[in-house]
Design a protein around this ligand. Structure first.
Ligand SMILES: *Cc1c(COP(=O)(O)O)cnc(C)c1O
Length: 403
């Protein structure tokens, strides 16, 4: 996206957004592959395993708490940093699961989803020309937000099928020009959970080059037999780390957009300074509801992960039987499958045909990498398995027709 060069006929006010890859060269909003694929799914009646949202509601207590909050009149602007009940629940959650003590009054900030936390963090810390390091493939919003903040996006490749970064490539990417290192573990789109050696190296490099670590942990509870270790818990990390999460994925409430970050107070203050002029606040009645979710017993969290692991197994089995080479994810909502054993060379073209050929929608992994790296990830396709088991069974049966 950042290597997109705007066409000269654009007006000056369009060029800025175009330079960040947000506008196409005809001045329209740049169509994302997700919108294109969802439209295809609608038109063809295909099963949409493109976008990652659950097709079932989350815990009844959480939904009921939101209804109750509306009835109780929690419908006006909450405090800019979030309702105390949610900030305290986040602090207790960090202690319960990770043994981290954060001050609910100064080290927690509630945001409009993890997305706003990311946007406000990037706008707070990145100056024009500062470098931001992410792994690649990456969650697509990173590239757009880095570009719009004026940053330069450097990436460290992850390789199919185990997705472990090469420590030397990570060392080479981080320099004194690096302002932020964005870590996303558990990782979207690959489903990898980074091991301690990689996390320790990130902390070591960030410390050596005085960079801030931003960690996107929205899949923290959705791991399959692998422990999630927040990077902020590593020695030396807390003081330079902004940890971001969200209720959307954990509680199947992606439309509520209740996210948060935890960080040392000076970092929280810098992000809040930006956030107060973005959304200011959001989702008042959803905040106490997500607080209820965060206080649910351990069994809820382990059962949610176990249920998702069963879904993963069904789709991994279906893709394997259909002839794909599959990288089994350790966490999250997605699986990446290599379509080259099926004779596929161009994943994007394959994804455009797949609804007609098999009645299933996936997204090419090239949507999550820079344009000049499309070739490396060419034949890879991402499928979401956060759907009901019968839907995944039907999708698997349909995919077998490809063989
Ligand atoms: C879904 C997702 C987000 C966005 O979270 P919201 O709370 O909906 O804003 C951020 N990062 C990753 C890796 C995601 O998969």
């Amino acid at each position: 996206m950042s290597d997109f060069s705007p066409a000269p006929e654009l007006a000056p006010w369009q060029r800025t957004a175009a330079g960040a890859g947000l506008l196409a060269d005809d001045g329209r909003i740049a169509a994302t592959i997700f919108a294109e694929m969802s439209a295809l799914a609608l038109r063809t009646g295909a099963i949409n395993l493109g976008q990652g949202f659950p097709d079932e509601d989350g815990p009844a207590e959480v939904l009921e708490a939101a209804r109750q909050a509306i009835a109780d009149g929690i419908n006006q602007y909450p405090p800019g940093i979030g309702l105390p009940v949610l900030r305290e629940a986040i602090a207790r959650h960090q202690h319960r699961f990770y043994g981290v003590d954060v001050d609910a009054a100064s080290e927690v900030l509630v945001t409009a989803g993890a997305t706003e936390a990311l946007a406000a963090t990037l706008l707070a810390f990145v100056d024009t020309g500062d470098e931001v390091v992410t792994f690649e493939p990456y969650y697509d919003a990173y590239a757009a937000l880095i570009a719009r903040a004026g940053g330069v996006h450097r990436t460290v490749p992850l390789h199919f099928p185990d997705w472990r970064p090469d420590p030397d490539e990570l060392r080479a990417a981080v320099t004194d020009r690096t302002r932020l290192i964005i870590v996303n573990s558990p990782h979207n789109p690959t489903g990898v959970v980074f091991d301690d050696e990689i996390l320790e190296l990130v902390v070591e490099l960030a410390t050596r080059h005085d960079a801030i670590i931003v960690t996107d942990e929205v899949y923290e509870h959705l791991t399959f037999g692998v422990a999630h270790r927040p990077i902020a818990t590593l020695p030396g990390a807390w003081e330079r780390t902004v940890s971001i999460s969200s209720g959307g994925k954990t509680f199947s409430t992606t439309g509520w957009k209740i996210g948060w970050l935890t960080a040392p107070a000076p970092l929280v203050t810098a992000v809040l300074a930006v956030k107060q002029y973005l959304t200011y606040v959001n989702g008042a009645p959803f905040q106490p509801a997500i607080a209820v979710g965060l206080e649910l017993p351990d069994a809820f969290f382990s059962e949610a992960a176990a249920a998702l692991a069963r879904k993963r197994d069904v789709l991994v089995g279906g893709l394997t039987a259909a002839g794909f080479a599959v990288s089994t994810p350790q966490a999250g909502y997605f699986v990446i499958a290599d379509a080259s054993p099926l004779g596929v060379d161009d994943g994007a073209a394959f994804c455009r045909e797949l609804p007609e050929r098999a009645g299933v929608v996936g997204v090419p992994v090239s949507a999550f990498v820079h344009g000049d790296r499309h070739d490396v990830y060419r034949s890879l396709v991402r499928f979401a398995f956060c759907k009901r088991l019968p839907v995944l069974e039907e999708a698997s049966a349909r995919l077998r027709r490809l063989g």
